[in-house]
Design a protein around this ligand. Structure first.
Ligand SMILES: *Cc1c(COP(=O)(O)O)cnc(C)c1O
Length: 233
């Protein structure tokens, strides 16, 4: 099992490096967040031992359990919450993570901004946009985010480092590309309106991270490709 996971990781890293090159950037311009949701700690350890220290979880409670289970690892894991964060779980979650990818409302942003004022090293956050227009997804529509630009910029304690979107589970590169391009364009407009630099674009999953990188992703969230060939957990 460990060999399989290591091999998958190497394959994903190689594909990331190749896509970064196609977009005229070096491999270090794109960070892999290994999405470990549903996988138990014994499947996560081989990743960490191979130097994969950015790990993403979808659900706060599962994140808390994994942080606890892997707390003795010496490598310095950087946890990312990539899924929806409910307000009542924000206080416990914020100190555990490096980045909250899916901040999807002004209400949650303001809560995190309040919490950040009391944290020595608050997490960065990405604003989640729904760029594919599907009703089932969390996040601001592009128009609504632009309307909220001033209110967003007034949150000064929490570092707002970029934007995040989901094209959809199982989408292919070409299906997802317009969504990724739309996120980049929205970032450029938000940059103009807020004066925030917004360097991070969190976009791309197992089926579509190549296109995401070509469209400017700096963070890709890849899960199933890392655990391919294993029995479902
Ligand atoms: C599960 C998940 C991913 C990873 O998806 P894969 O297709 O397994 O790579 C990325 N982002 C979010 C928000 C997820 O929930």
């Amino acid at each position: 099992m460990d060999d399989r996971i290591r091999g998958n990781l190497e394959g994903v890293r190689a594909r990331i490096a190749e896509a970064a090159r196609r977009s005229g950037r070096g491999p270090d311009a794109v960070r892999l967040v290994a999405v470990t949701k549903t996988n138990p700690p014994d499947r996560i350890v081989p990743l960490v031992e191979a130097g994969q220290l950015d790990l993403g979880e979808n659900f706060p409670q599962e994140l808390w359990r994994k942080v606890e289970a892997l707390s003795a690892r010496p490598e310095g894991i950087r946890w990312h919450l990539i899924g929806h964060l409910q307000s009542n779980k924000a206080k416990r979650t914020a100190p555990m993570v490096r980045l909250v990818h899916g901040v999807d409302s002004l209400k949650l942003l303001r809560l995190l901004d309040e919490l950040a004022a009391d944290l020595p090293g608050p997490p960065g956050i990405c604003l989640q946009a729904n760029c594919s227009g599907e009703g089932s997804k969390h996040g601001w529509s592009p128009g609504a985010m632009l309307d909220d630009a001033e209110a967003i910029a007034s949150c000064r304690s929490i570092p707002i480092v970029g934007l995040m979107t989901m094209a959809g589970y199982g989408t292919t590169d070409e299906e997802a590309r317009p969504t990724f391009a739309a996120l980049r364009e929205l970032r450029d407009r938000m940059r103009d309106r807020t004066g925030l630099e917004l360097p991070e674009l969190s976009m791309g999953m197992s089926g579509d991270f190549g296109a995401a990188i070509e469209e400017g992703a700096t963070l890709v969230r890849v899960g199933s490709a890392l655990f391919e060939g294993l029995d479902p957990p």
